[in-house]
Structure formats: C-alpha cells, structure tokens
Design a protein around this ligand. Structure first.
Ligand code: CA2
Length: 152
C-alpha cells in the first residue's frame, strides 16, 4: 500500500486569506485563494505529490490540523496570516513536526510593513521562508519540500 506520509504536502492558510482578491490587491495581488490552490495543485502534480490545501479563520482548527498531520505528511507549508505574529499555540503544534520541513510563506513581506508584523512565531521552526513573492512563494515552498525530501 502507498504510504501517503511520503507523498503528501499539507498547505495551511490562516485567517482572512479566504478574502484574497476581494480587498487590498495592492498588497496581496489579484489572485484568489482558489487560484493559489490551483497553482499549488499543478505544481504538486508536476512533482508527483499529493496536496492537502486548507484555510481556517480559527486558531484552534489550524492547531488541530497541524496535530492531525503528524506522521502523515512530507512537509508543511504554512501562511498563518495574522496568527504568524501572535500564536504560541501554532508554534507549539509545529514543534511536533521536527522530522519534516515546515516552510513559512507570506504573499507580502511582513518585515517591510507595520512593526507588529515583524515578529514571527513560526520563523524559528521554519526550514525556509518565502515572503513578498506573492503566490509564487507557495510554489517555491512546494519545490523546497520536494528537493529536501528523504527518499524512502
Ligand atoms: O502577506 C501575507 O501573506 C500575510 O500572511 C497576510 C496576512 C497578514 O496578517 C500577515 O502579516 C502577512 C493577512 C491576510 C489577510 O488577507 C486579506 C486579503 C484580502 C482582504 C483582506 C485580508
């Protein structure tokens, strides 16, 4: 039987990212989250990987998904949106995943924005960070996980 832990990447998106394309295109671009999901699906299929793409406005739901992914995925791509800058709970949950790469993604570059966006609770656990590249950051994150995968 195929072991999906070797082939699945989970992509987690935090609060308000479901509103992409609706407001603030000057910061986040014109693509919707569904456009980004399709871009990720195309890249995953090129890499012969499965993709589990999710979004939640709820911190606890993101924490639960991170816990449930333990031992089940090749890597985690996470744009935790505003929770990046506030969530010790997401930091703690991601610590479970020391055996696989966690890649932090942001559409914009938070370091060049308001000071309250400069700190990330995810960065200390991230094997790579892609920020300010728009949707391409997600694609780069998938490529990073693929390049760094441990072949079974
Ligand atoms: O640049 C990113 O990807 C962010 O993670 C986006 C978050 C922000 O809190 C982070 O500092 C950086 C915000 C996502 C909100 O997205 C919206 C999109 C359209 C309309 C309203 C919100």
């Amino acid at each position: 039987m195929k072991n999906t832990a070797h082939t699945t990447i989970i992509v987690l998106n935090g609060p308000n990212l479901n509103m992409l394309g609706v407001r603030e295109p000057e910061i986040y671009g014109h693509q919707t989250l569904s456009d980004i999901e399709n871009l990720c699906k195309d890249k995953a299929s090129q890499l012969d990987l499965s993709l589990d793409f999710r979004q939640s406005n709820h911190e606890g739901e993101l924490v639960t998904w991170i816990q449930q992914a333990y031992g089940q995925v090749l890597g985690i791509v996470i744009n935790a949106a505003a929770y990046t800058h506030t969530s010790v709970a997401i930091h703690d949950a991601l610590k479970l995943h020391q055996a696989v790469p966690v890649v932090e993604v942001h559409l914009s570059d938070p370091k060049t924005r308001e000071p309250f966006r400069h700190h990330s609770y995810i960065a200390p656990l991230a094997a790579a960070i892609y920020a300010g590249l728009g949707a391409q950051g997600y694609v780069k994150a998938l490529e990073f996980i693929d390049k760094n995968r441990k072949r079974p």
